[in-house]
Design a protein around this ligand. Structure first.
Ligand code: NAI
Ligand code: MG
Length: 510
């Protein structure tokens, strides 16, 4: 079980009954009786990670086949955390069959109000276990605890609460139409926001009456497996949510399975294209949320100190391993030197290191492979003539780390201006007129996100209309909300997640 305190509780009535019992148990040892003492720190809270995990299929745990297991590492140490299974065709088949039975059984016929109760219950359990899930997310993926605790987990719970509220109101979401569920949904998620991407996909799917087979990313499977425990604890009917682990081959088997009615994928543009080719010609529905090269546009009239904070938030959140990262800074030429100077000063204050330390700003890179990709793209930037500045300070000796930095002297043809580095490195370009800002912002094969910093509302609206991106932040960056749709244009994919729009891909309208 995830936590000691809530082991016995199962089923609707019990799920919300004992507030915070799990956390109280997990931080046991706190002496409230005599004298004053420090509360245990987050770093000392070790979630109960099991040595081995199987697959969650049809409400039961099933071990992996002999020799079909692999380790998920803690990228901050390079050490193994747990062994997980690599699902093959057989497990994918079992999971899809279970999801089909659950769909045709009670789930698709249940009233929206009843489905909503399960989602509310899951949301409450996530809140109750938020701290240990945050620690688990940080240990398995390397992101700073400050982010997993204050950004990821609150958003995960908020997504379940939000879509729980829609479950009995689908008729209002699509006035004059009769929405019905799509059926069995295959969902494939990446490693940069593991539990949040699960929430973005599972919550709307269940709210609309679909059942789910989800494959977690190979480097960050643990929170999805602990989410399966939450489904058990919430008493979710067997087979409504099935969780598989494995790498690309498992994902591909799920994509190609004839029993799946829809695929929802978040990950690289390259794999997104392969998936689009694989489902082409079939009746499967598809949504893709892929890469990005977000432009963060700073005008000379912007409040520059705030803009610098927004630039930092835009590119160093989760060490830049964010599809909507503001990875191309477009700064008005007249303030280029001022902004670069402020950014250099700010970079010197960023703390890079142990992701479990609550003072850490930039944690570990998710995997050795991702670190190698960052290094190679950064090397290409240097080789092509851009100038690299990196934060001073030593990196931890163990684990996968990269010093946050930025490039100046970047031209639009450089690889670092066109390709996703997916790491804590910003490419800085300049512009002279709003028209040039729009042209440069759109000079990309992607269209996921952008930011605009200016004091002038009219300029803001005008540029926002011209930039082809799914999300445009005004005088802020990387802010997320379950009520707000998120998704891309061009090679950033299609379909929307979040908001009322996020329901549309999980229903058939009659
Ligand atoms: P990836 O696209 O290979 O992995 C994402 C998910 O897709 C994982 O669960 C993976 O197991 C699965 N997958 C891989 N091949 C598949 C296939 N043929 N069919 C079905 N599922 C498959 O991303 P990867 O290799 O981990 O990262 C490579 C680059 O992709 C990163 O450097 C970054 O630029 C980008 N990326 C973008 C993300 C985003 O949020 N848009 C998330 C992760 C990576
Ligand atoms: Mg891991």
């Amino acid at each position: 079980m995830i936590s000691g305190g809530s082991q016995e509780r199962r089923g609707p009535a019990a799920a919300g009954a004992a507030p915070c019992s799990s956390q109280a148990g997990a931080v046991g040892g706190l002496d409230l009786g005599g004298g004053w003492g420090y509360a245990p720190s987050v770093e000392s809270l070790r979630p109960p990670i099991r040595g081995e995990y199987g697959f969650f299929i049809d409400g039961k745990w099933r071990g992996a086949a002999e020799g079909k297991t692999f380790a998920s590492l803690n990228p901050a140490t390079g050490q193994g955390l747990a062994m997980v299974g690599e699902a093959g065709a057989e497990e994918v088949d079992l999971a899809v069959a279970a999801a089909r039975r659950a769909y045709e059984g009670e789930w698709s016929r249940m009233s929206g109000g009843e489905r909503g109760k399960y989602l509310f219950r899951i949301a409450r359990l996530i809140q109750e276990k938020a701290l240990e899930l945050a620690v688990l997310e940080t240990m398995d993926g390397g992101k700073p605890i400050r982010e997993s605790r204050d950004v990821d987990l609150p958003l995960v719970a908020a997504h379940f609460f939000y879509y729980a509220g829609w479950a009995d109101k689908l008729g209002y979401a699509f006035p004059g139409r009769r929405p019905r569920p799509v059926g069995v949904v295959g969902q494939i998620i990446p490693w940069n926001f593991p539990l949040l991407m699960l929430a973005w996909k599972v919550a709307p799917a269940l709210a609309c009456g679909n059942t789910v087979v989800l494959k977690a990313a190979e480097t960050t499977p643990l929170t999805a497996l602990h989410f399966a425990r939450i489904c058990e604890e919430a008493g979710l009917p067997d087979g409504v949510v099935n969780i598989l682990t494995g790498a690309g081959a498992t994902g591909e088997a799920l994509v190609r399975h004839p029993g799946v009615d829809k695929i929802a994928f978040t990950g690289s543009t390259e794999v997104g294209k392969q998936i689009a080719a694989a489902v082409a010609g079939s009746a499967k529905r598809l949504t893709l949320e892929l890469g990005g090269k977000g432009a963060n546009v700073v005008f000379a009239d912007a409040p520059l100190d705030q803009a610098v904070e927004g630039i930092v938030q835009g590119i160093y959140l989760n060490a830049g391993q964010v599809c909507c990262a503001g990875s191309r800074l477009l700064v008005e030429e007249s303030v280029h030197d001022v902004v670069v100077g402020k950014l250099r000063d700010r970079l010197a204050t960023l703390r890079v290191g142990d992701p479990l330390d609550k003072n850490t700003d930039v944690g570990a890179i998710n995997s050795a492979a991702q670190l190698a990709k960052i290094r190679s793209l950064v090397a290409s930037g240097v080789a092509e003539g851009a100038e690299l500045f990196q934060a001073p300070g030593a990196l931890p000796e163990q684990g996968f780390f990269f010093s946050p930095g930025f490039f100046t002297q970047v031209t639009p043809s450089h690889r670092i201006a066109r390709e996703e580095i997916f790491g804590p490195v910003l490419s800085i370009l300049t512009f002279r007129t709003p028209q040039e800002a729009a042209e440069r912002a759109n000079n990309t094969c992607y269209g996921l996100s952008a930011g605009i910093w200016t004091d002038k509302g009219g300029k803001m609206f005008q540029l926002a209309q011209q930039i082809k991106a799914g999300v445009i932040w005004a005088n802020t960056y990387n802010k997320f909300d379950p009520t707000s749709p998120f998704g891309g244009y061009k090679e950033s994919g299609f379909g929307r997640e979040g908001g009322r729009q996020g329901l549309a891909d999980y229903v058939v309208l009659e």
